[in-house]
Design a protein around this ligand. Structure first.
Ligand code: NZQ
Ligand code: ZN
Length: 386
């Protein structure tokens, strides 16, 4: 096991009808900016619950944060934060709204030239404006981690940011919110969370027995509840297990003391930036070819995953590892998630070269758990995913 430090300061308030507890979490004298997305919260009653809980507070609102939160739109919210002397941010939404809020938390206290530098120059956020979240879509884990991914439509870039200043102070997780989520987004959530576990697990054996079993238990739980959640999002037991699995998949715990990969996400973000493909679907496109391409380096963990998750016990390490990749693809397909780039766009020629060039330009010369995935290898992996 590798050496590690672990601190996660986010308070989780989990369960039925917990949105009303909001009022206990925000300082009474705060001037709050309530941030939300395209309006789903107004149709499903979450907005009304939040407003009721905040009736004693001074609250301004900023809606319209799109999926894959867009820099130019967030800059309008930043202007409001500054002109209105906002002191507290409240994100009510999925990963996009929460990530957008994290950017604003950082940008509100940033004194550099342009807030885009936080992303393009990878400036860590040590301190941000305090914020909390009401999660409406289980998927990203953003509600309990300190990372965010922001899109710049003008430059077709999608870049990450983070730092210890970007943990939410609290996150309210009421599993009942999933009742209004469209099937497509439920499938995305399951796929994203499952992929988060894979990124922190599908590397090489590191003698971290407990972390492996944490990771495996999250994947097993997701596989078990996926059909139930999709069939009936009002199934509270399934919804609660789904929601907590998504949070646990990316709150930092399972990656402690183990090597991590994250190359699938790095390549996937480019597919969202170039084609607007849903985040989770880009991962399902890249992961199979990534595992085929890096088969030798990953085969032992692939075989362990085959045995423990998919009950594949026959054959050599290679046979099991191979079968595990196929099982993973079949799982995505069962969720209605396509796994080839050509399923999403006819315009894919040249994509691999473009992504490879972008990584070279950014100096990303060694991705993956061995930091050996150079841009020429990235090009091959993306091509295999056509
Ligand atoms: O915008 P509204 O109208 O609210 O609708 C949203 C949106 O259209 C809808 N939705 C959310 N909750 C709903 C609902 N519809 C009905 N009922 C509800 N309760 O769902 C759509 C997608 O929402 P979005 O927030 O974009 O989805 P998700 O949570 O999957 O977030 C994706 C973003 O998070 C980033 C992704 O790259 C992407 O930009 N990620 C963030 C991570 C992090 N911060 O740790 C890690 C992830 O790997 C990921 O990169
Ligand atoms: Zn993800």
């Amino acid at each position: 096991m590798n050496t590690f430090e672990f601190k996660n300061p986010t308070k989780i308030i989990f369960g039925k009808n917990t949105i009303e507890k909001l009022e206990n979490e925000i300082p009474k004298d705060a001037k709050v900016l309530l941030l939300y997305g395209g309006g789903s919260i107004k149709k499903n009653g979450i907005y009304d619950q939040v407003k009721k809980a905040l009736s004693e507070f001074e609250v301004l609102e900023f809606g319209g944060i799109p999926a894959n939160p867009e820099y130019a739109i967030l800059m309008k919210a930043l202007k409001l934060i500054k002109s209105e002397n906002i002191t507290y941010l409240l994100a009510v939404g999925g990963g996009s709204v929460i990530d957008g809020t994290k950017f604003l938390s950082s940008a509100a206290l940033f004194d550099g030239d342009t807030p885009w530098d936080i992303l393009s120059k990878k400036i860590r956020t040590e301190k941000g404006m305090p914020f909390g979240t009401v999660l409406t879509l289980p998927a990203t884990g953003s509600e309990m981690n300190s990372g965010a991914v922001i899109t710049n439509a003008e430059t077709k870039e999608k870049l990450g940011m983070g730092g210890p200043g970007l943990f939410p102070e609290f996150s309210i997780l009421d599993p009942q919110v999933i009742q209004s989520i469209p099937q497509r987004q439920l499938a995305n959530g399951i796929t994203d969370a499952f992929s988060h576990v894979l990124e922190q697990y599908m590397t090489y054996p590191a003698g971290a027995l407990l972390q492996d079993r944490f990771a495996e238990s999250i994947m097993q739980t997701l596989i078990e509840v996926a059909p139930k959640v999709i069939e009936d999002p009002t199934n509270y037991e399934a919804a609660s297990n789904f929601m907590w699995s998504c949070t646990m998949a990316l709150n930092g715990l399972i990656q402690k003391g183990v090597p991590t990969d994250w190359a699938v996400h790095a390549m996937g973000h480019e597919l969202t930036a170039l084609f607007g493909i849903d985040h989770a679907r880009t991962l399902a496109v890249i992961a199979p070819s990534h595992y085929h391409f890096n088969f030798e380096a990953k085969k032992e963990k692939l075989a362990q995953y085959a045995e423990r998750i998919w009950n594949i016990t026959e054959g050599s390490t290679e046979d099991k590892a191979q079968a595990a990749i196929e099982k993973t693809v079949a799982f995505f397909h069962e969720l209605g998630i396509d796994t080839k780039l050509s399923d999403y766009t006819k315009d894919y020629e040249g994509t691999a070269e473009e992504i490879s060039k972008r990584f070279t330009d950014r100096g990303w010369t060694g991705l993956g758990e061995h930091q050996d995935l150079s841009p020429d290898k990235v090009e091959k992996i993306v091509k295999m995913a056509y």
